[in-house]
Design a binder for this molecule. Structure first.
Ligand SMILES: Cc1ncc(COP(=O)(O)O)c(C=O)c1O
Length: 440
Protein backbone atom coordinates (compact mmCIF):
# COMPACT_ATOMS: atom_id res chain seq x y z
CA UNK A 1 0.00 0.00 0.00
CA UNK A 2 2.76 2.41 1.05
CA UNK A 3 4.73 1.39 -2.05
CA UNK A 4 1.74 2.12 -4.28
CA UNK A 5 1.33 5.57 -2.69
CA UNK A 6 5.04 6.28 -3.23
CA UNK A 7 4.86 5.25 -6.87
CA UNK A 8 1.78 7.42 -7.25
CA UNK A 9 3.60 10.48 -5.85
CA UNK A 10 6.52 9.84 -8.19
CA UNK A 11 4.17 9.71 -11.17
CA UNK A 12 2.31 12.82 -10.07
CA UNK A 13 5.61 14.70 -9.86
CA UNK A 14 6.90 13.53 -13.24
CA UNK A 15 3.86 13.33 -15.51
CA UNK A 16 2.58 16.15 -17.69
CA UNK A 17 0.41 18.56 -15.71
CA UNK A 18 -2.54 18.23 -18.03
CA UNK A 19 -2.85 14.51 -17.36
CA UNK A 20 -2.56 14.46 -13.61
CA UNK A 21 -4.19 17.63 -12.48
CA UNK A 22 -1.19 19.62 -11.27
CA UNK A 23 -2.06 23.25 -11.65
CA UNK A 24 1.53 24.52 -11.64
CA UNK A 25 2.63 25.22 -15.21
CA UNK A 26 -1.01 25.43 -16.41
CA UNK A 27 -2.18 28.21 -18.71
CA UNK A 28 -3.89 31.23 -17.16
CA UNK A 29 -7.32 32.34 -18.32
CA UNK A 30 -6.65 34.85 -21.09
CA UNK A 31 -7.69 38.29 -19.87
CA UNK A 32 -10.73 40.04 -21.32
CA UNK A 33 -9.95 43.00 -23.59
CA UNK A 34 -10.18 46.29 -21.71
CA UNK A 35 -12.42 47.66 -24.50
CA UNK A 36 -15.10 45.17 -23.51
CA UNK A 37 -17.43 46.38 -20.71
CA UNK A 38 -17.62 44.01 -17.76
CA UNK A 39 -21.00 42.58 -16.80
CA UNK A 40 -21.38 44.96 -13.85
CA UNK A 41 -20.92 47.92 -16.19
CA UNK A 42 -23.99 46.85 -18.18
CA UNK A 43 -27.54 47.69 -17.12
CA UNK A 44 -28.86 44.17 -17.43
CA UNK A 45 -32.20 45.21 -15.93
CA UNK A 46 -32.90 46.67 -19.38
CA UNK A 47 -33.94 43.85 -21.74
CA UNK A 48 -32.75 45.84 -24.74
CA UNK A 49 -29.26 45.91 -23.21
CA UNK A 50 -29.47 42.15 -22.74
CA UNK A 51 -30.62 41.65 -26.33
CA UNK A 52 -27.83 43.91 -27.59
CA UNK A 53 -25.35 41.34 -26.29
CA UNK A 54 -26.35 39.04 -29.13
CA UNK A 55 -25.31 39.29 -32.78
CA UNK A 56 -28.63 37.76 -33.88
CA UNK A 57 -29.96 39.10 -37.19
CA UNK A 58 -32.05 42.12 -36.10
CA UNK A 59 -34.37 41.66 -39.08
CA UNK A 60 -35.68 38.41 -37.58
CA UNK A 61 -37.69 37.57 -34.46
CA UNK A 62 -35.81 34.63 -32.98
CA UNK A 63 -38.28 32.25 -31.34
CA UNK A 64 -35.90 29.29 -31.60
CA UNK A 65 -33.80 29.36 -28.40
CA UNK A 66 -34.69 25.68 -28.06
CA UNK A 67 -32.62 24.76 -31.12
CA UNK A 68 -29.10 26.10 -30.66
CA UNK A 69 -27.74 29.19 -28.93
CA UNK A 70 -26.34 32.36 -30.33
CA UNK A 71 -23.49 33.46 -28.03
CA UNK A 72 -23.84 36.72 -26.08
CA UNK A 73 -20.81 39.06 -26.13
CA UNK A 74 -19.07 37.69 -23.00
CA UNK A 75 -19.31 34.12 -24.29
CA UNK A 76 -18.27 35.10 -27.81
CA UNK A 77 -15.30 37.05 -26.47
CA UNK A 78 -14.22 34.16 -24.23
CA UNK A 79 -14.42 31.72 -27.16
CA UNK A 80 -12.23 34.09 -29.18
CA UNK A 81 -9.68 34.50 -26.40
CA UNK A 82 -9.34 30.77 -25.88
CA UNK A 83 -9.20 30.16 -29.62
CA UNK A 84 -6.39 32.70 -29.98
CA UNK A 85 -4.51 31.09 -27.12
CA UNK A 86 -4.79 27.68 -28.79
CA UNK A 87 -3.77 29.08 -32.17
CA UNK A 88 -0.65 30.64 -30.61
CA UNK A 89 0.51 27.72 -28.47
CA UNK A 90 -1.77 24.69 -28.15
CA UNK A 91 0.55 22.86 -25.76
CA UNK A 92 0.61 25.78 -23.33
CA UNK A 93 -3.11 26.48 -23.68
CA UNK A 94 -4.10 22.91 -22.89
CA UNK A 95 -1.76 22.68 -19.91
CA UNK A 96 -4.38 24.22 -17.62
CA UNK A 97 -7.05 21.78 -18.73
CA UNK A 98 -8.10 20.48 -15.35
CA UNK A 99 -8.05 23.87 -13.72
CA UNK A 100 -10.23 25.39 -16.45
CA UNK A 101 -12.63 22.44 -16.38
CA UNK A 102 -12.91 23.06 -12.65
CA UNK A 103 -13.69 26.73 -13.30
CA UNK A 104 -16.62 25.65 -15.50
CA UNK A 105 -17.75 23.18 -12.83
CA UNK A 106 -17.58 25.90 -10.18
CA UNK A 107 -19.61 28.33 -12.32
CA UNK A 108 -22.20 25.65 -13.09
CA UNK A 109 -22.33 24.57 -9.45
CA UNK A 110 -22.91 28.16 -8.30
CA UNK A 111 -25.73 28.51 -10.80
CA UNK A 112 -27.32 25.15 -9.95
CA UNK A 113 -26.73 25.36 -6.19
CA UNK A 114 -24.87 22.04 -6.08
CA UNK A 115 -21.38 20.75 -5.31
CA UNK A 116 -18.90 21.25 -8.18
CA UNK A 117 -17.49 17.73 -7.69
CA UNK A 118 -20.91 16.37 -8.70
CA UNK A 119 -20.81 17.92 -12.19
CA UNK A 120 -19.52 16.14 -15.28
CA UNK A 121 -18.89 18.21 -18.41
CA UNK A 122 -20.27 16.92 -21.70
CA UNK A 123 -20.84 18.12 -25.24
CA UNK A 124 -24.65 18.01 -25.29
CA UNK A 125 -27.77 16.70 -23.62
CA UNK A 126 -27.69 13.67 -25.89
CA UNK A 127 -24.13 12.84 -24.87
CA UNK A 128 -25.08 13.18 -21.20
CA UNK A 129 -28.11 10.93 -21.53
CA UNK A 130 -26.04 8.33 -23.37
CA UNK A 131 -23.35 8.40 -20.68
CA UNK A 132 -25.83 8.15 -17.82
CA UNK A 133 -27.97 5.35 -19.21
CA UNK A 134 -24.96 3.34 -20.37
CA UNK A 135 -23.30 3.93 -17.02
CA UNK A 136 -26.08 2.20 -15.10
CA UNK A 137 -25.70 -1.50 -14.42
CA UNK A 138 -29.05 -2.54 -15.89
CA UNK A 139 -29.80 -6.25 -15.62
CA UNK A 140 -32.39 -8.68 -16.96
CA UNK A 141 -35.57 -8.17 -14.93
CA UNK A 142 -34.90 -4.48 -14.31
CA UNK A 143 -37.71 -2.17 -15.34
CA UNK A 144 -36.96 1.25 -16.82
CA UNK A 145 -39.88 3.63 -16.86
CA UNK A 146 -40.07 6.50 -19.30
CA UNK A 147 -42.84 8.29 -21.15
CA UNK A 148 -44.24 8.62 -24.63
CA UNK A 149 -43.45 12.35 -24.45
CA UNK A 150 -39.68 12.06 -24.20
CA UNK A 151 -37.39 13.02 -27.04
CA UNK A 152 -35.44 10.69 -29.30
CA UNK A 153 -32.27 11.19 -27.24
CA UNK A 154 -33.84 9.61 -24.14
CA UNK A 155 -35.70 6.87 -26.00
CA UNK A 156 -32.71 5.84 -28.07
CA UNK A 157 -30.21 6.01 -25.19
CA UNK A 158 -32.53 3.81 -23.13
CA UNK A 159 -33.11 1.39 -25.99
CA UNK A 160 -29.37 0.94 -26.53
CA UNK A 161 -28.55 0.66 -22.83
CA UNK A 162 -31.42 -1.73 -22.07
CA UNK A 163 -30.56 -3.93 -25.06
CA UNK A 164 -27.07 -4.37 -23.63
CA UNK A 165 -28.23 -5.04 -20.07
CA UNK A 166 -31.38 -7.03 -20.89
CA UNK A 167 -33.68 -4.61 -19.03
CA UNK A 168 -37.25 -3.80 -20.01
CA UNK A 169 -38.13 -0.24 -21.06
CA UNK A 170 -41.73 0.88 -20.72
CA UNK A 171 -43.18 4.12 -22.06
CA UNK A 172 -46.30 5.50 -20.40
CA UNK A 173 -48.44 8.46 -21.43
CA UNK A 174 -48.66 11.07 -18.67
CA UNK A 175 -51.51 12.93 -20.36
CA UNK A 176 -53.78 12.49 -23.36
CA UNK A 177 -54.29 16.13 -24.24
CA UNK A 178 -51.33 18.35 -23.31
CA UNK A 179 -53.50 21.48 -23.30
CA UNK A 180 -55.58 20.14 -20.41
CA UNK A 181 -52.90 18.16 -18.57
CA UNK A 182 -52.89 18.60 -14.79
CA UNK A 183 -50.20 18.06 -12.18
CA UNK A 184 -52.36 15.45 -10.41
CA UNK A 185 -53.02 13.49 -13.59
CA UNK A 186 -49.35 13.47 -14.60
CA UNK A 187 -48.09 12.51 -11.15
CA UNK A 188 -50.81 9.91 -10.63
CA UNK A 189 -50.08 8.20 -13.94
CA UNK A 190 -46.37 8.06 -13.17
CA UNK A 191 -46.90 6.72 -9.65
CA UNK A 192 -49.24 4.00 -10.96
CA UNK A 193 -46.62 2.82 -13.45
CA UNK A 194 -43.74 2.40 -10.96
CA UNK A 195 -43.14 -1.29 -10.18
CA UNK A 196 -41.03 -3.01 -7.52
CA UNK A 197 -38.53 -3.78 -10.32
CA UNK A 198 -38.33 -0.15 -11.54
CA UNK A 199 -34.71 0.97 -11.30
CA UNK A 200 -34.83 4.09 -13.47
CA UNK A 201 -37.48 6.74 -14.04
CA UNK A 202 -36.48 8.74 -17.12
CA UNK A 203 -38.32 12.04 -17.57
CA UNK A 204 -37.98 15.28 -19.49
CA UNK A 205 -38.56 18.51 -17.59
CA UNK A 206 -40.16 20.45 -20.46
CA UNK A 207 -41.51 18.34 -23.32
CA UNK A 208 -40.21 19.59 -26.62
CA UNK A 209 -43.24 18.37 -28.57
CA UNK A 210 -45.92 19.98 -26.43
CA UNK A 211 -44.29 22.53 -24.13
CA UNK A 212 -45.66 20.73 -21.05
CA UNK A 213 -43.43 21.41 -18.05
CA UNK A 214 -43.66 18.46 -15.68
CA UNK A 215 -44.35 18.95 -11.97
CA UNK A 216 -41.00 17.30 -11.31
CA UNK A 217 -40.99 17.91 -7.55
CA UNK A 218 -44.30 16.07 -7.07
CA UNK A 219 -43.13 13.31 -9.39
CA UNK A 220 -39.86 12.99 -7.46
CA UNK A 221 -41.91 12.65 -4.28
CA UNK A 222 -43.86 9.83 -5.93
CA UNK A 223 -40.58 8.08 -6.81
CA UNK A 224 -39.36 8.60 -3.23
CA UNK A 225 -42.58 7.08 -1.88
CA UNK A 226 -42.08 4.04 -4.12
CA UNK A 227 -38.49 3.75 -2.85
CA UNK A 228 -39.52 3.76 0.81
CA UNK A 229 -38.40 0.54 2.43
CA UNK A 230 -36.30 -0.55 -0.56
CA UNK A 231 -32.67 -1.57 -0.16
CA UNK A 232 -30.25 0.93 -1.74
CA UNK A 233 -29.49 -1.45 -4.61
CA UNK A 234 -33.20 -1.70 -5.45
CA UNK A 235 -33.95 2.03 -5.47
CA UNK A 236 -35.35 3.66 -8.58
CA UNK A 237 -33.39 6.77 -9.59
CA UNK A 238 -35.03 9.73 -11.30
CA UNK A 239 -33.05 11.00 -14.30
CA UNK A 240 -34.18 14.26 -15.86
CA UNK A 241 -33.52 15.62 -19.34
CA UNK A 242 -33.53 19.25 -18.23
CA UNK A 243 -32.52 20.96 -21.44
CA UNK A 244 -35.65 23.05 -22.00
CA UNK A 245 -35.78 24.09 -18.35
CA UNK A 246 -32.16 25.12 -17.73
CA UNK A 247 -31.94 28.83 -18.48
CA UNK A 248 -35.73 29.15 -18.87
CA UNK A 249 -36.95 28.16 -15.38
CA UNK A 250 -35.10 29.06 -12.19
CA UNK A 251 -35.72 25.79 -10.32
CA UNK A 252 -32.52 23.98 -9.39
CA UNK A 253 -31.87 20.23 -9.29
CA UNK A 254 -32.41 19.96 -5.54
CA UNK A 255 -35.68 21.93 -5.77
CA UNK A 256 -36.81 19.47 -8.41
CA UNK A 257 -35.75 16.45 -6.36
CA UNK A 258 -34.27 14.51 -9.27
CA UNK A 259 -31.24 12.26 -8.75
CA UNK A 260 -29.56 13.05 -12.05
CA UNK A 261 -29.94 16.28 -14.05
CA UNK A 262 -28.78 16.18 -17.67
CA UNK A 263 -28.67 19.19 -19.94
CA UNK A 264 -27.00 20.90 -22.82
CA UNK A 265 -25.87 24.42 -22.00
CA UNK A 266 -26.24 25.52 -25.62
CA UNK A 267 -29.95 26.26 -25.79
CA UNK A 268 -31.82 28.50 -23.31
CA UNK A 269 -28.67 29.22 -21.31
CA UNK A 270 -27.06 30.65 -24.47
CA UNK A 271 -23.84 28.87 -23.62
CA UNK A 272 -21.20 27.78 -26.10
CA UNK A 273 -22.43 25.46 -28.83
CA UNK A 274 -21.30 21.91 -28.11
CA UNK A 275 -21.42 22.10 -24.31
CA UNK A 276 -23.48 20.43 -21.61
CA UNK A 277 -23.38 18.89 -18.17
CA UNK A 278 -24.58 16.06 -16.00
CA UNK A 279 -25.18 16.60 -12.29
CA UNK A 280 -25.68 13.56 -10.08
CA UNK A 281 -26.65 13.64 -6.41
CA UNK A 282 -24.05 11.92 -4.24
CA UNK A 283 -25.93 8.59 -3.96
CA UNK A 284 -26.94 8.46 -7.62
CA UNK A 285 -23.45 9.33 -8.83
CA UNK A 286 -22.20 6.12 -7.31
CA UNK A 287 -24.43 4.00 -9.56
CA UNK A 288 -23.45 5.77 -12.80
CA UNK A 289 -20.13 4.27 -13.91
CA UNK A 290 -17.95 6.15 -16.41
CA UNK A 291 -18.24 5.00 -20.03
CA UNK A 292 -15.56 7.06 -21.76
CA UNK A 293 -12.10 7.24 -20.12
CA UNK A 294 -11.59 10.45 -18.20
CA UNK A 295 -8.34 12.32 -18.94
CA UNK A 296 -7.91 13.22 -15.31
CA UNK A 297 -6.48 12.04 -12.05
CA UNK A 298 -7.21 9.73 -10.40
CA UNK A 299 -8.25 7.64 -13.47
CA UNK A 300 -5.22 8.41 -15.58
CA UNK A 301 -2.84 8.03 -12.67
CA UNK A 302 -4.44 4.71 -11.73
CA UNK A 303 -3.52 3.55 -15.23
CA UNK A 304 0.08 4.62 -14.72
CA UNK A 305 0.49 3.29 -11.20
CA UNK A 306 -1.85 0.32 -11.05
CA UNK A 307 -3.74 2.05 -8.23
CA UNK A 308 -7.48 1.87 -7.88
CA UNK A 309 -8.44 5.24 -6.45
CA UNK A 310 -12.06 6.22 -7.10
CA UNK A 311 -12.86 9.42 -9.01
CA UNK A 312 -15.47 11.90 -7.87
CA UNK A 313 -18.51 11.64 -10.17
CA UNK A 314 -17.75 14.92 -11.93
CA UNK A 315 -14.23 14.27 -13.17
CA UNK A 316 -14.70 10.52 -13.57
CA UNK A 317 -17.71 11.00 -15.86
CA UNK A 318 -16.29 13.87 -17.91
CA UNK A 319 -15.29 12.15 -21.16
CA UNK A 320 -11.59 12.38 -21.85
CA UNK A 321 -9.80 13.00 -25.09
CA UNK A 322 -9.09 16.57 -26.06
CA UNK A 323 -12.11 18.74 -26.60
CA UNK A 324 -13.11 21.97 -28.32
CA UNK A 325 -11.77 23.74 -25.22
CA UNK A 326 -12.42 27.24 -26.55
CA UNK A 327 -16.12 26.38 -26.30
CA UNK A 328 -16.05 24.27 -23.15
CA UNK A 329 -14.20 26.87 -21.08
CA UNK A 330 -16.34 29.76 -22.32
CA UNK A 331 -19.31 28.12 -20.56
CA UNK A 332 -18.04 29.87 -17.41
CA UNK A 333 -19.07 33.18 -18.99
CA UNK A 334 -22.51 31.83 -19.94
CA UNK A 335 -23.29 30.97 -16.32
CA UNK A 336 -21.92 34.35 -15.21
CA UNK A 337 -24.10 36.14 -17.80
CA UNK A 338 -27.27 34.48 -16.52
CA UNK A 339 -26.26 35.03 -12.91
CA UNK A 340 -25.70 38.72 -13.63
CA UNK A 341 -29.18 39.08 -15.17
CA UNK A 342 -30.67 36.94 -12.40
CA UNK A 343 -32.11 33.45 -13.03
CA UNK A 344 -35.45 34.50 -11.49
CA UNK A 345 -35.70 37.52 -13.80
CA UNK A 346 -34.81 35.39 -16.83
CA UNK A 347 -37.49 32.86 -15.88
CA UNK A 348 -40.09 35.57 -15.24
CA UNK A 349 -39.37 37.25 -18.58
CA UNK A 350 -39.52 33.93 -20.44
CA UNK A 351 -42.81 33.08 -18.73
CA UNK A 352 -44.36 36.52 -19.21
CA UNK A 353 -43.66 36.43 -22.95
CA UNK A 354 -44.85 32.82 -23.24
CA UNK A 355 -48.11 33.75 -21.50
CA UNK A 356 -48.58 36.68 -23.87
CA UNK A 357 -47.94 34.40 -26.85
CA UNK A 358 -50.32 31.72 -25.57
CA UNK A 359 -53.03 34.26 -24.83
CA UNK A 360 -52.72 35.59 -28.37
CA UNK A 361 -52.54 32.23 -30.14
CA UNK A 362 -55.47 30.83 -28.14
CA UNK A 363 -57.71 33.33 -29.95
CA UNK A 364 -56.45 32.45 -33.43
CA UNK A 365 -59.00 30.26 -35.22
CA UNK A 366 -56.56 28.53 -37.57
CA UNK A 367 -54.50 26.88 -34.83
CA UNK A 368 -55.08 25.00 -31.59
CA UNK A 369 -52.85 25.78 -28.64
CA UNK A 370 -51.23 22.56 -27.48
CA UNK A 371 -49.19 23.94 -24.57
CA UNK A 372 -51.01 24.37 -21.23
CA UNK A 373 -52.04 27.96 -20.41
CA UNK A 374 -51.04 27.31 -16.77
CA UNK A 375 -47.58 28.84 -16.18
CA UNK A 376 -47.02 26.12 -13.58
CA UNK A 377 -47.14 23.53 -16.35
CA UNK A 378 -45.18 25.33 -19.05
CA UNK A 379 -41.97 27.30 -19.53
CA UNK A 380 -40.78 29.04 -22.71
CA UNK A 381 -41.92 26.49 -25.30
CA UNK A 382 -45.24 27.24 -26.98
CA UNK A 383 -46.66 24.73 -29.48
CA UNK A 384 -49.68 24.92 -31.73
CA UNK A 385 -51.46 22.45 -33.97
CA UNK A 386 -52.38 23.77 -37.39
CA UNK A 387 -56.07 23.15 -38.12
CA UNK A 388 -55.69 22.89 -41.89
CA UNK A 389 -52.78 22.41 -44.25
CA UNK A 390 -49.15 21.57 -43.83
CA UNK A 391 -47.47 22.84 -40.62
CA UNK A 392 -44.09 22.98 -42.37
CA UNK A 393 -45.60 25.41 -44.86
CA UNK A 394 -46.65 27.65 -41.97
CA UNK A 395 -43.10 27.57 -40.57
CA UNK A 396 -41.76 28.53 -44.00
CA UNK A 397 -44.27 31.36 -44.37
CA UNK A 398 -43.47 32.61 -40.87
CA UNK A 399 -39.81 32.82 -41.82
CA UNK A 400 -40.79 34.83 -44.88
CA UNK A 401 -42.59 37.09 -42.41
CA UNK A 402 -39.27 37.25 -40.47
CA UNK A 403 -40.43 35.09 -37.60
CA UNK A 404 -38.22 32.12 -36.77
CA UNK A 405 -40.19 29.14 -35.45
CA UNK A 406 -39.82 25.43 -36.20
CA UNK A 407 -41.57 22.10 -36.47
CA UNK A 408 -41.40 19.68 -33.57
CA UNK A 409 -39.33 16.63 -34.60
CA UNK A 410 -41.82 14.03 -33.39
CA UNK A 411 -44.41 11.74 -35.03
CA UNK A 412 -47.12 14.26 -34.15
CA UNK A 413 -45.83 17.49 -35.58
CA UNK A 414 -46.63 20.88 -34.15
CA UNK A 415 -45.41 24.38 -34.88
CA UNK A 416 -43.15 25.49 -32.04
CA UNK A 417 -42.10 28.86 -30.69
CA UNK A 418 -39.81 29.68 -27.79
CA UNK A 419 -39.91 32.94 -25.89
CA UNK A 420 -36.68 33.93 -24.18
CA UNK A 421 -34.42 36.81 -23.22
CA UNK A 422 -33.84 37.56 -26.93
CA UNK A 423 -37.52 38.05 -27.79
CA UNK A 424 -39.71 41.08 -27.07
CA UNK A 425 -43.41 41.73 -26.40
CA UNK A 426 -43.68 43.42 -29.83
CA UNK A 427 -42.21 40.38 -31.52
CA UNK A 428 -44.68 38.16 -29.67
CA UNK A 429 -47.56 40.30 -30.91
CA UNK A 430 -46.14 40.21 -34.45
CA UNK A 431 -45.92 36.42 -34.28
CA UNK A 432 -49.55 36.14 -33.20
CA UNK A 433 -50.65 38.48 -36.00
CA UNK A 434 -48.62 36.57 -38.57
CA UNK A 435 -50.07 33.21 -37.48
CA UNK A 436 -53.60 34.68 -37.62
CA UNK A 437 -52.97 36.14 -41.07
CA UNK A 438 -51.35 32.99 -42.50
CA UNK A 439 -53.96 30.54 -41.17
CA UNK A 440 -57.00 32.68 -41.99
C1 LIG B 1 -36.04 17.21 -24.92
C2 LIG B 1 -34.79 17.28 -25.71
N1 LIG B 1 -33.69 16.66 -25.23
C3 LIG B 1 -32.52 16.71 -25.89
C4 LIG B 1 -32.39 17.38 -27.08
C5 LIG B 1 -31.06 17.39 -27.75
O1 LIG B 1 -30.26 18.34 -27.12
P1 LIG B 1 -28.69 18.36 -27.38
O2 LIG B 1 -28.49 18.99 -28.71
O3 LIG B 1 -28.13 19.19 -26.28
O4 LIG B 1 -28.23 16.95 -27.37
C6 LIG B 1 -33.52 18.03 -27.62
C7 LIG B 1 -33.51 18.80 -28.87
O5 LIG B 1 -32.58 19.22 -29.45
C8 LIG B 1 -34.73 17.97 -26.93
O6 LIG B 1 -35.82 18.57 -27.40
Amino acid sequence: MAGARLRRRTVLAGAPALLVGCSDGGSDRPAAASSQPSLDELDLTDWEVVRAQFALDPELAHFAAYVLASHPVPVRAAVERWRDAFEADPAAAVAGELEHDDEVRAAAAGYLGVDAAEIALTGSTTMGLGLVYHGLALRPGDHVLTTTHDFYSTHEALRLAAARGGAEVEQVALYDDPATASADEVTGRLAAAIRPATRVVALTWVHSNTGVKLPVRAMADAVAAANAGRADADRAILVLDAVHGLGADAARPRDLGCDVFVSGTHKWLFGPRGTGLVWAAAGAGVVVAPTIPSFTAPSFVNWLTGDDQPSPFGVGNTPGGYQAFEHRWAATEAFAFHQAIGPDRVAARTQELATRLKDGLADVGGVRLVTPRDPGLSAGLVCVEVARGDPSELVRQLRDARIVASLTPYRETYVRFGTSIVTTPDQVDAAVEAVAELTR
